[in-house]
Design a protein around this ligand. Structure first.
Ligand SMILES: Cc1cc2nc3c(=O)[nH]c(=O)nc-3n(C[C@H](O)[C@H](O)[C@H](O)COP(=O)(O)O)c2cc1C
Length: 222
């Protein structure tokens, strides 16, 4: 397909995507859900860590428990066709098993090469971004990457004519404990970063979508 056609095609999801809070009673086909999840799975992450998991939440009891405490997810949990939890890994320090595994996964197996990479990651985490000795900052670092997957899923959904709503309007501590109680996550190792509702809009938004002027947020510095 020619680029000018792709550019045109992309404008539709850019323009049509809005945060959708209430959905029709209509299921998204499994192939579309699989494609949206592929977008998350294949998203990039810093140092190729993939310090995340994406859980399609289909358990009514867990949904109800989250709904009871979440101000930003009530109507979405009630009406969305599908609901995805974006889970981020804890303590992904340069000397963790998970960082080591990410190197091996990418074909770096020579012990000297591994040592040199880990040294580089140590400098990166200790002095460049200064997170190595702070559990909260280490978690924030992996959690930030889940938003790349979140964006890719929302765009993929919009391209497929599917509405969505990203969600972080919930008490993290409480939701983490609910998820741990139901054994959706291992609280020692991971925590909820954000959530995503998917479905088909019941009606168009009542208000026009307003953005800052394009030239206020996009510029060229020569
Ligand atoms: C990371 C993130 C978290 C959000 N959390 C919630 C939420 O908890 N509940 C909700 O109804 N909307 C939520 N939103 C939707 C925003 O309010 C919405 O995207 C924003 O107002 C812009 O509107 P638009 O998406 O329709 O263009 C969230 C959006 C983002 C990007």
């Amino acid at each position: 397909m020619e680029n000018h056609m792709i550019r045109q095609q992309l404008q539709t999801p850019y323009q049509n995507r809005v945060a959708m809070r209430v959905y029709q009673d209509k299921k998204i086909p499994q192939e579309d859900i699989d494609t949206i999840l592929d977008a998350a799975w294949l998203s990039p992450s810093s140092i190729g860590l993939e310090g995340w998991r994406f859980v399609l939440l289909e358990n009514t009891a867990v949904k109800e428990a989250i709904k009871a405490v979440s101000w930003g997810a009530k109507s979405q949990l009630e009406t969305a066709s599908h609901f995805i939890l974006l889970i981020a890994e804890k303590n992904a320090r340069y000397d963790s098993q998970s960082v080591y595994d990410s190197l091996v996964r990418r074909g770096i197996t020579d012990p000297d090469a591994i040592e040199s990479r880990l040294k580089q990651y140590q400098i990166f985490q200790e002095s460049d971004i200064g997170i190595a000795d702070d559990e909260q900052r280490l978690w924030d670092w992996t959690a930030k990457k889940t938003y790349i997957a979140l964006g890719n899923m929302m765009l993929s959904a919009a391209l497929l004519g599917i509405d969505s709503c990203p969600i972080e309007g919930f008490p993290y501590n409480k939701v983490n404990h609910i998820l741990a109680e139901y054994q959706v996550i291992d609280l020692e190792k991971e925590g909820i970063a954000t959530m995503l509702a998917l479905g088909y809009r019941r009606e168009d938004p009542k208000h026009a979508r307003n953005r800052k002027a394009r030239d206020k947020v996009i510029s060229t510095f020569e």
